[in-house]
Design a protein around this ligand. Structure first.
Ligand code: MLT
Length: 319
């Protein structure tokens, strides 16, 4: 009997190794936990498009929205660890979420196989054209004078737009009406239409509208201006030096995904980040590309642990 069990176990291991060796043999689902058209979706589609060429199988984006991205990540984390369900997480879902969702059904530091960093995404303070303020200094005066009359968009509690928006509100001492969306793609439509007064959002979502002049960009919350938006001042130049924050988007697989499969997906992501066309698309949208050292699964695992710790402190301090 023991021999039979050992044989079956051996067969299962051999089959698993064969699967990893032949992976991928069919299309791969990449879960984006926010609405189509937003920053997470844009980064996923840009890198996914090139990754499918390396992997030889379609990467199919599936938008699963809700709860600041934690709905989609929870579902994806529970998928079979076979490499056919991946997910695009970020500074919200894999950084701030544990401090904001006491019953979160996953631990960003334990329940995933980190695959690799996709792009850094600096944060901008943007407003509708109807907002009378023409620069950040004027906006700070206007926002304080019209405090609770303003409305601010975000993509759900714990999303990047929510946490970075709250950071701004605390620094300005304002309490705008918070308007949730399934992603900052839809939120941006309402900002352009003037239904939303302002928001804090990731650069890769905003560059086309800023260049088209359909919204106001008051500042970028990074030490240096973005090459994609040379005319947008930094928060330091614009009078709010303490508002410094950048987000990031990274690919994860469910815990238990074989390391050979993680390595294949990581290799495809790294090739995408070295592909001239893919790099250009991300850089033109203001994306910040990871260095070679920042592209490994091990680096991402360590980074996620520091992000969860950092956001836990930020959120506890702001209670
Ligand atoms: C967010 O965290 O605000 C999301 O990234 C927005 C989005 O991707 O739609």
């Amino acid at each position: 009997m023991k021999t039979l069990i050992a044989a079956i176990a051996g067969l299962a291991l051999w089959a698993g190794a064969a699967d990893a060796q032949n992976y991928p043999t069919r299309a791969i689902k990449l879960v984006v936990p926010f609405a189509a058209g937003g920053p997470t979706d844009v980064v996923a589609r840009i890198v996914g498009n090139n990754m499918s060429k390396t992997l030889g199988q379609q990467i199919v984006i599936e938008n699963i929205v809700g709860a600041g991205g934690t709905t989609g990540i929870t579902q994806a984390s529970q998928a079979g660890p076979d490499g056919y369900t991946l997910m695009m997480g970020h500074m919200g879902t894999h950084g701030a979420a544990p401090a904001l969702y006491p019953n979160l059904k996953y631990d960003p530091t334990k329940d995933f196989e980190p695959v690799g960093m996709a792009a850094g995404t600096p944060i901008l303070i943007v407003a509708s054209k109807a907002t009378p303020a023409n620069d950040l200094k004027e906006f700070m005066v206007y926002a304080k004078a019209n405090n609770q009359k303003l409305n601010q968009a975000h993509a759900g509690v714990g999303s990047v737009s929510h946490t970075t928006g709250q950071m701004l509100n605390v620094q300005l001492g304002i309490k705008p009406a918070l308007v949730p969306f399934s992603g900052t793609g839809p939120a941006l439509n309402d900002l352009v239409a003037g239904q939303i007064d302002f928001m804090c959002d990731q650069i890769v979502n905003l560059v086309p509208q800023i260049l088209a002049g359909t919204i106001k960009a008051y500042a970028i919350a990074t030490p240096e201006r973005s090459p994609a938006l040379p005319n947008v001042p930094t928060t330091k130049e614009a009078g709010l030096p303490d508002y410094q924050v950048s987000a990031w988007n990274a690919i994860f697989a469910p815990k238990g995904t074989p390391k050979e499969i993680v390595a294949k997906v990581n290799d495809a992501l790294s090739k995408a980040l070295s592909d001239e066309g893919t790099r250009k698309r991300l850089l033109d949208l203001g994306g910040v590309l990871p260095s070679d050292a920042e592209r490994t699964p091990q680096w991402l695992a360590g980074f996620v642990a520091t992000e969860v710790d950092r956001w836990n402190k930020v959120i506890k301090a702001a209670n």
